[in-house]
Write a protein that binds this ligand. Sequence first.
Ligand code: ADP
Length: 452
Amino acid sequence: MKQNWIKQKITAWYTAIVIAVILVVVIGILYVTEYYVVKEARLELQDEVSDFYKELNKLQDTSSELLELRYYDDGVVLSIYDAGKKMLDGFYPDEFDISTPFKDGQVQEIREEDGYFMISDRRIEVGGEEYWIRGIYTLNLLQGMSRKLLNYMALIAPFMLLITGFVGYRMIRKALHPIYDLTTMAKDITSSLDLSLRLPEPKTADEMGYLTETFNYMLRHLEDMFKRETRFTADAAHELRTPISVIISHCEYCLEDLELTGEVREELEIICKKARNMSELVSQLLMIARAENGTYRPEYEKTDLILLTDTVLGELREKARKKNITLSLSTRMSNMEITCDFNLIMQMLVNLIDNAINYGRDGGKVEVFMEEKEQQVSIRIKDDGIGIPREEQSKIWNRFYRVDASHSAESGSGLGLFMVKWIVELHKGTIELKSMPELGSIFTVTLPKDIP
Ligand code: ADP
């Protein structure tokens, strides 16, 4: 699954939104400022030009009196021209292009690389002569300010991005922390199968608190259901035990003490075999129920694992012989003492070696290798049988799971490996499987010499 964490997604969105809002606000402020400054400038310019116009109208002797006029007022520079647009007096800003055409009574805006000007021209007749008045308002400051602000923005944008991203990420991580607790708890429950675990009670009545409560409620509910289910399995198995032992003992009596015809004997042998399988299944079910509801109390004692394995191999030798399978034990040690529950470890060895025989090749071999490394022992059970397809390898540890009929022994129940895994985990060990279809399987159990 592609990793795409919510906190990274929210941080990316949040950072993008914050930056977009800042940009919109800055551009908005620039736009509004410009709008009002330009509006004020236009009014001021028109005012000054019409004041100048009135003053000029009052003149009697234009040529000498022109020099006495004021050509600069309230940020507006003024100049006067004759009919041929030759400048007679006044000022204009340095960067202003004096060839800009005159437009009577209009306000022109000239925005160029090196200047931003607003111009107002008026035609006037004094003493029968034509004159032109030009008022210029320089808005360079406004243009410079906008440019500078945008440059600064571009400069600080990466830092803003970093800071908002960093602060946002930390805030979101803090806010989502309870979700990590939930995830860790869910993982703990899955690995330990301990449904009695609960999340710490929420301190605040927010969404996370509500989620925690719901999660705990779900766990309580699951725990109840689970307990009811295991109680039912235990009760059912317990109830089945007696009638099955009665069937077995009656069958055994008939087989041993009665004179039976060949056909009846064969049928009785089948019944007896199936009843024994059933008895085995019921014991396993009882054991699993006790393991799951925590009522199984392991009895740890010092055990020589080599001796125990040898005994198990001895018991299964007859079964292996029927399939012409040779059983062998290889180890460099003479004894291997570990602390374990004797009965459970024996059950584990029986299940693994029995499987190796059941799924082994006729005329093949089952080998057990044992070695000791520091504080651990490892037992490797290798067969050269049918193997387990890769896609089945993670499933075979589940309760009642069996690879399809062609891959499963007729007498099996699908509980053996589930029990093996439980026993190994109870002893704080690990189990690994390597298998190739048609080549065989290797189960490796590693156990600590002393239970930690
Ligand atoms: P079962 O009672 O069916 O043997 P187990 O839990 O012991 O149940 O095993 C589950 C399934 O795993 C078996 O049905 C079988 O298909 C497969 N299996 C177990 N051990 C081996 C093995 N050594 N070689 C091939 N398949 C195996």
